[in-house]
Design a protein around this ligand. Structure first.
Ligand SMILES: C[S@@+](CC[C@H](N)C(=O)[O-])C[C@H]1O[C@@H](n2cnc3c(N)ncnc32)[C@H](O)[C@@H]1O
Length: 244
């Protein structure tokens, strides 16, 4: 049986432990401060760890995510009342044209299928004011990270708040930049919760073209959270674009 990777209440409880705040969160907060953002949208906000940290006096922050399980977790966290939470994908972003910054962290943009990407980016553009910024990261296809996603290479065991877990991931399909993998979560009672995820690896040129088609300009693609140039060995592509 395959399941929504973000639909399991037990595993969502572990998400922030597995994905703590780091340089990525600092980057998005610094960007919000630098451009003096007073209206920020976090697309694919998940558990809202970054979203809540973007709140400052006088800044309005909205978190949007299609996973009710992630969002329900987010809504229960300290400081959650300062954020407006919306169930949905990019189509749920209102075309107000007054947002200063749309962020999308944790490789969320890689979850958006190729067919849906143009409309998702257009929704973001419709929300932003002219000159407003969209920022996100995406794994660099040039490093072919999926080639290391085998059971043997990723297997691990640990004690968690939801019990002893044996975990691994395994790629099941690669088609161009579209990579499908199963994440196995084997509990002591023999239950193996298998979550299937599809990620879309996109090169810098592809991302730039998609943004330009969606009314963005001044696209920059860097190779990390500290202004590193993007190279074929950069693990991440860190993208910024301005609404025209
Ligand atoms: C890896 S998590 C990242 C969560 C959070 N942004 C972070 O940095 O921890 C990916 C998130 O993208 C959401 N997601 C999946 N498909 C999406 C889509 N089409 N549009 C927006 N969000 C999506 C998932 O529900 C999940 O919460």
């Amino acid at each position: 049986m395959t399941l929504d990777p973000y639909g399991d209440k037990e595993l969502v409880e572990l998400y922030d432990v597995d994905n703590p705040a780091g340089d990525d969160h600092d980057y998005f907060r610094r960007l919000a401060d630098t451009i003096g953002a007073t209206k920020v949208v976090d697309l694919g906000c998940g558990t809202g760890l970054l979203t809540r940290s973007l709140v400052t006096p006088g800044r309005v922050v909205t978190g949007i995510d299609p996973s009710a399980t992630m969002l329900n977790f987010a809504r229960r966290q300290p400081g959650a009342e300062a954020v407006t939470w919306i169930d949905g994908d990019a189509s749920a972003i209102a075309s107000t044209g007054d947002i200063d910054l749309v962020v999308s962290s944790g490789n969320t943009m890689m979850h958006i299928p190729d067919d849906d990407l143009p409309s998702a980016l257009k929704s973001c553009a419709g929300a932003l004011r002219p000159g407003g910024v969209m920022a996100f990261e995406s794994r660099n296809p040039a490093t072919r990270a999926w080639e290391g996603w085998s059971r043997q290479a990723t297997y691990g065991e640990r004690d968690t708040s939801v019990g002893h877990l044996r975990e691994w991931i395994e790629v099941t399909e690669v088609d161009g930049g579209r990579v499908v993998f199963d994440a196995h979560n084997l509990f002591d009672d023999g239950r193996d919760a298998v979550y299937t995820t599809t990620l879309y690896f996109r090169a810098a040129a592809e991302i730039t073209a998609a943004l330009e088609d969606a009314d963005f300009g001044a696209v920059t693609v860097q190779g990390g959270w500290h202004n590193e140039p993007a190279t074929p060995t950069s693990r991440l592509l860190v993208v910024q674009a301005a609404k025209q």
